[in-house]
Structure formats: structure tokens, C-alpha cells
Write a protein that binds this ligand. Structure first.
Ligand code: FAD
Length: 344
């Protein structure tokens, strides 16, 4: 399992003067959700091209908790693999599916050439009060990390070629971390730290945080994780704070309260352009504070829009801007679907 010397406060190694190297750049990554209609697929591809042009370290693609986006998540991940040079990370949830079915889905992704997963438990689908977890399913993300590792090991055990491929393209498994506890799951910061420890023990390589508005919440999480013996890198998940209606919707879905002063400042803006500037300024402040505190990377919740995500990066001096080849013609169309997880 990889370890890192990273701690919430700047470490002596970070403070020591030495020439900056290209790989000192914090990682930059984005979250997308699969398109819900064929019409939104075209629009999404404009976003993908704009995001890919800054050479992100990866783009993650969300997955419905009840498996409703199985096909569309797979289609988008496949397209990212086929048409861009970006590493896709496939989110995978386990709460609504039997162990056998999750195993089959992992196999499908591996067959497609996917080498990175974000292993999640998932939440009950919204608006279905009678919904129950699958009785033959996994109940925790740490069990899913275990299962992904198990499936990969079994495949490598069956074939020397597969084992070689696995050694050359090592499988990576990311997990979620929660700076403010997880109000939707009803768990405290301490419970989620224990869950993060279990995910690391199961073989997680790194964590991505739930969104937060106060950089100190991220820094405290990392400090407490290090004190608890959690050594995996913890990437800061950021939401561009430009659209008050979206922030409130995310608050309802995630339980993460939007600071009322931020909402007031956004609502007081006298034009959309001014609101955008106010929102970007606020998110850039958060980004700079966590980077100054030692965050190894930023993961931006894009809501399938690139403008605010790229402006945030620009403000944090992390926008690369390398040109990218256009995608090959004749991309397959995704099947319309209603994801039950949008992006939080
Ligand atoms: P778990 O780690 O299994 O935690 C679930 C609950 O069990 C928590 O209350 C936790 O505290 C408790 N628990 C687990 N293990 C332990 C332990 N060892 N000791 C004590 N308590 C424990 N949802 C989707 O449906 N689709 C997505 O694509 C998606 N992407 C996400 C991406 C990110 C970056 C984040 C932060 C969240 C995402 N979610 C997604 C939401 C996520 O599925 C929910 O927040 C879910 O409630 C928790 O998921 P988990 O993977 O952390 O679960």
C-alpha cells in the first residue's frame, strides 16, 4: 500500500527550499456524471474536451447507487478511454446490488480496460422510502475495495498474460472521505475516520473528500486521519461556488450546509457575470488555503460544466492548457437514463 509523508500542516520536507519540479504540481481532476439524454451527450463532450485540454490527472464518472447508470457510466468511461488521453476513474456503488452482480460489473469494467475505481457504498435512491439494501449485497465501501482487489487477483491468477498486464497497469482504488461527517448516512467525523481506516486496510490507494466550504474542515480531517494512522493521500473535493440554486440543491442532497454569507454575497450580485466572479473568488480562496496547507491535489465537482471549474483552476494557478486532439468521429450514443446520484 503506498504511503505518503503528507500531513495537514506543511511538513519540513515541503518547507525546505529546493527547485520546483514538474511533478510537484498538485493533481487536478474532475467529476462528471453520465449524460441523461442523447442531447446532453453532445454538450457533455464539449465539456470533456475543455477539461481534457488542461491535462487533468484523471476524470471520475459517477454511478447510481441502485445501479441505474450501469450502462451510461460504462459508455462514458469507455468513451474517455477511447477518445482522450485522460485516465478515467469509474465510480462504483454496492449498496443496492448483490455481491455476484457487483462482481460481474467489476469484470465488465476490467474487460473494457478500466484500471481505476472509486469504491463507494452509495445512498438509498432519493424519493423511495421503502427501498432496502440488497440482502445479498455488500454493506460498506471497504468490502467493495476488498472485492475489487479479489476479482483482479483472481483474473491475474488465471492467466500469466493477465498477470503481466496487471503488473504493467496496476489497478488503483480510490475511496470517499468526509470532512464534516456524513449527514446523509447519519455518521460523525469519528465514525467516518474509522471507515476510512477500514478502506485503507482493505487496499484503498487514495481518498477524495466530499465537498466542503471551510478549508479548516479539510485540514482538520487530514490531521486527524494522520494521527489515526491513515497514510493514503487525501485529495480535496471542491465545488465551484458560482450558482446559489445549485449550492442549495447540493445542500439538500448531501446535508452539507452552504455558508449563508456566501449565498447572500452571490444573491447580491447585480449580474450573472458579477455572481460568477464572486463565486469563483470564494472557491479560489478555499483552493489556495488547502493547497497552502499541503493538499496533494484538487478534485472539482463540475456538474458537467467546464467554465467555472476551469476558472477555479486559473485562480489557483493550476490551469495547464495543453492542446488536445479532437475525438474520433462516430462516437456511439449513450442510452438515456435517470441517474439517482447526480454529483455531491
Ligand atoms: P462507507 O464507507 O461504507 O460508509 C457508509 C456508512 O458506514 C458511514 O456511515 C460510515 O461511517 C459507516 N462505516 C463504514 N465502515 C465503518 C467502520 N469500519 N467503522 C465505523 N463505521 C463505518 N454516491 C453514489 O451513489 N454514486 C456516486 O458516484 C458517488 N460518488 C461519490 C464521490 C465522492 C468523492 C463522495 C465523497 C461521495 C460519493 N457518493 C456517491 C456518495 C456516497 O456513496 C455516500 O456518501 C455514502 O453514504 C457513503 O459512502 P462511502 O463510500 O463512504 O460508504
Amino acid at each position: 500500500m503506498p504511503t505518503t509523508g503528507f500531513s495537514g500542516a506543511p511538513s519540513p520536507e515541503r518547507a525546505a527550499p529546493r527547485p520546483a519540479r514538474a511533478n510537484d504540481r498538485p493533481t487536478v481532476s474532475f467529476e462528471l456524471f453520465p449524460p441523461r439524454t442523447p442531447q446532453t451527450l453532445e454538450k457533455l463532450w464539449t465539456t470533456v474536451e475543455a477539461l481534457a485540454a488542461v491535462r487533468p490527472d484523471f476524470i471520475s464518472v459517477t454511478y447510481g447507487a441502485s445501479g441505474s447508470t450501469r450502462q451510461t457510466t460504462r459508455d462514458l468511461v469507455r468513451e474517455l478511454l477511447a477518445s482522450t488521453s485522460v485516465l478515467p476513474i469509474a465510480h462504483l456503488t454496492c449498496v443496492g446490488t448483490s455481491r455476484d452482480e457487483v462482481t460481474a460489473i467489476i469484470e465488465e469494467f476490467l474487460d473494457e480496460g478500466v484500471r481505476s475505481f472509486l469504491a463507494l457504498r452509495g445512498d438509498p435512491p432519493a424519493g423511495q422510502p421503502d427501498w432496502r439494501p440488497n440482502p445479498a449485497g455488500l454493506t460498506r465501501a471497504s468490502e467493495l475495495v476488498d472485492l475489487i482487489r479479489e476479482v483482479e487477483a483472481a483474473r491475474c491468477g488465471l492467466s500469466p498474460s493477465q498477470a503481466l498486464r496487471g503488473a504493467a497497469h496496476r489497478l488503483s482504488v480510490a475511496v470517499a472521505a468526509f470532512p464534516n461527517g456524513n449527514p446523509i448516512a447519519g455518521s460523525s467525523r469519528e465514525q467516518d475516520l474509522r471507515a476510512l481506516q477500514a478502506k485503507q486496510d482493505a487496499g484503498a490507494d487514495f481518498a477524495i473528500t466530499q465537498l466542503f466550504y471551510d478549508p479548516q474542515h479539510y485540514l482538520d480531517l487530514v490531521r486527524d486521519a494522520r494521527a489515526a494512522g491513515i497514510t493514503i493521500p487525501i485529495v480535496a473535493g471542491l465545488i465551484p461556488t458560482t450558482e446559489p440554486a445549485r449550492l442549495l440543491r447540493v445542500e439538500a442532497l448531501s446535508g452539507i450546509r452552504v455558508p449563508r454569507e456566501l449565498l447572500a454575497a452571490l444573491e447580491a450580485a447585480d449580474s450573472p457575470a458579477q455572481r460568477h466572479r464572486v463565486g469563483i473568488r470564494a472557491s479560489v480562496e478555499v483552493a489556495k488555503a488547502v493547497l497552502d496547507g499541503g493538499a496533494p491535489g484538487l478534485h472539482i465537482y463540475t456538474f458537467n460544466k467546464h467554465e467555472a471549474a476551469l476558472d477555479l483552476l486559473e485562480g489557483a494557478h493550476l490551469r495547464g492548457g495543453a492542446p488536445m486532439a479532437p475525438p474520433p468521429a462516430g462516437r456511439p450514443q449513450s442510452t438515456p437514463a435517470q441517474p439517482d446520484y447526480i454529483s455531491i
